[in-house]
Design a protein around this ligand. Structure first.
Ligand code: UDP
Length: 455
């Protein structure tokens, strides 16, 4: 099934086929990249795993092609690696069919495949069909070898770990991701040069293909001068939550924030993939309550190990919502980018998913870092020890008093003020790099030039 939207092929500079991974933290950078490349004159086809991932009507400028393969992350019990393995195994044949169909249609030959590093099946297929390919590396876990060598500040315990029931399969997945990345025509690094100079320079020495540090979401928002979030649509939320979310939730978050004093609210989110235990939720809840600071907390369905993906706030301890009614708000989903940009937000208690980390930096919001899996420890370490815009919350053995202390350190104490000042400075550097003549906008120009010159 092919959906043709109003791509204009007459003055097109090339036809790009984009392959995103259907997890929010991966989907969002790829869709923003699609928007940026489309605005530079490329025609874009997005190949999705299944047709209910996105509502194509919201993206009239793209063409969509579906592999009709419904594998839900939620059915893998939080085991990201097994999920990726199944996804890649099942996509090779439909992706080959998609590329062959596309080249036969009137859109002209495919100039290049741009795929998320974790969708490694794309590499073998593109190579076989002799189509150049560019890897979008959305997260840090896709280059951990390079990171250890380059960042003496990282400790052994910071290295990426994946909770998986099949270690061998997980290693196999990682090896395939690395192989695809090393052999691509170019690499897009979802980051900014000004944030990761030293890692970036070292990786550049090791990989012969050109690397472009570009953070599509920040570029897109900067260019459009707003915090429009193009992937937090209700269709994406419905996919994740089986239809229990609506855009009204977004509005209620923002109006609640409007009623709070500036820099007073702790925003709490552990992203879309991480799961926590019921006792951790209890400690989080009472720690927040005892800190006496206002908070906005995203408790997504399926957050707690063993709870069903439809379940809502019943994972919270008894009495918690009544006690914190005046000061706290708990939601199933928040428009995070907009929330972080709100003047009321004073800190972000985060799992340090890479997107959340850079979104926080982009808004000058200091962090309480509570990394859990994958690259999150690496990210947390960069936040606390390189940029120095956050404090660390011990990962294991979460206790309410530790939560309370961390919140008060960041939100109330003098130490917090210093950290906030540094976060504001870092934000200014980020914005400069995104502006005209800034290093990031130059890298984006170079990437566009590179694609235009592909054979
Ligand atoms: N997100 C959001 N609202 C939520 C939770 C998450 O908008 O309530 C977005 C967030 O802005 C980020 C992405 O989902 O862009 C999560 O990606 P990240 O890399 O931080 O973590 P992951 O979910 O992949 O662990």
């Amino acid at each position: 099934e092919l959906m043709k939207n109003n791509n204009n092929n007459n003055d097109c500079r090339g036809h790009l086929v984009l392959v995103p991974c259907p997890l929010q933290g991966h989907m969002s950078p790829m869709l923003h990249l699609a928007k940026l490349l489309h605005s530079r004159g490329f025609s874009i086809t997005i190949i999705l795993v299944s047709s209910n991932e996105l509502n194509p009507c919201q993206y009239p400028e793209f063409m969509f092609h579906y592999m009709d393969n419904i594998i839900s992350y939620n059915s893998f019990g939080g085991d990201v690696m097994l999920y990726l393995l199944m996804l890649n195994n099942k996509c090779t044949t439909p992706f080959t069919d998609s590329l062959l169909t596309l080249t036969k249609l009137q859109f002209g030959p495919v100039t290049c495949v741009v795929y998320d590093a974790v969708m490694y099946f794309s590499a073998a297929v593109a190579d076989q069909l002799q189509i150049p390919r560019i890897v979008l590396r959305t997260k840090h876990d896709e280059a951990e070898e390079a990171i250890v060598a380059d960042f003496p500040i990282l400790r052994a315990k910071d290295m990426p770990v994946f909770e998986t029931s099949d270690q061998e399969a997980a290693e196999n997945v990682l090896a395939k991701i690395h192989h695809g990345t090393k052999t691509a025509s170019a690499l897009i690094w979802n980051s900014l040069y000004c944030l990761e100079k030293s890692i970036f320079n070292r990786v550049k020495d090791k990989i012969s293909a050109p690397i472009y540090p570009i953070c599509p979401r920040l570029h897109y928002n900067f260019k459009n001068n707003n915090n429009q979030v193009i992937t937090n649509s209700s269709s994406f939320k419905s996919l994740m939550y089986n239809g229990t979310c609506s855009d009204d939730d977004d509005q209620s978050c923002m109006s609640w924030l409007d009623s709070q004093p500036s820099n007073s609210v702790v925003y709490v989110s552990t992203g879309t993939v991480v799961r926590v235990s019921k006792s951790e939720v209890g400690e989080m809840a009472w720690g927040l309550a005892n800190s006496e600071q206002p908070f906005l907390w995203v408790v997504r369905p399926g957050l707690v190990n063993g709870s069903s993906s439809n379940s809502g706030l019943e994972v919270l301890p008894k009495g918690f919502l009544e006690i914190t009614k005046k000061r706290g708000k708990v939601v199933q989903w928040a428009p995070q980018q907009k929330v972080l940009g709100h003047r009321a937000i004073g800190g972000f208690w985060t799992h340090n998913g890479w997107n959340s980390t850079i979104e926080s930096v982009n808004e000058g919001v200091p962090m309480i870092c509570w990394p859990r899996i994958g690259d999150q420890r690496v990210n947390a370490r960069i936040v606390t020890s390189v940029w120095k815009v956050g404090i660390e919350l011990e990962e294991n053995n979460l206790k309410r008093w530790k939560v309370e202390r961390a919140v008060r350190r960041l939100m109330v104490d003098g130490e917090g003020k210093e950290i906030r000042n540094r976060a504001v400075k870092l934000k200014e550097n980020v914005r400069l790099s995104l502006g005209q003549g800034g290093s990031s906008s130059e890298y984006l120009d170079k990437l566009v030039q590179f694609i235009r010159l592909l054979p």
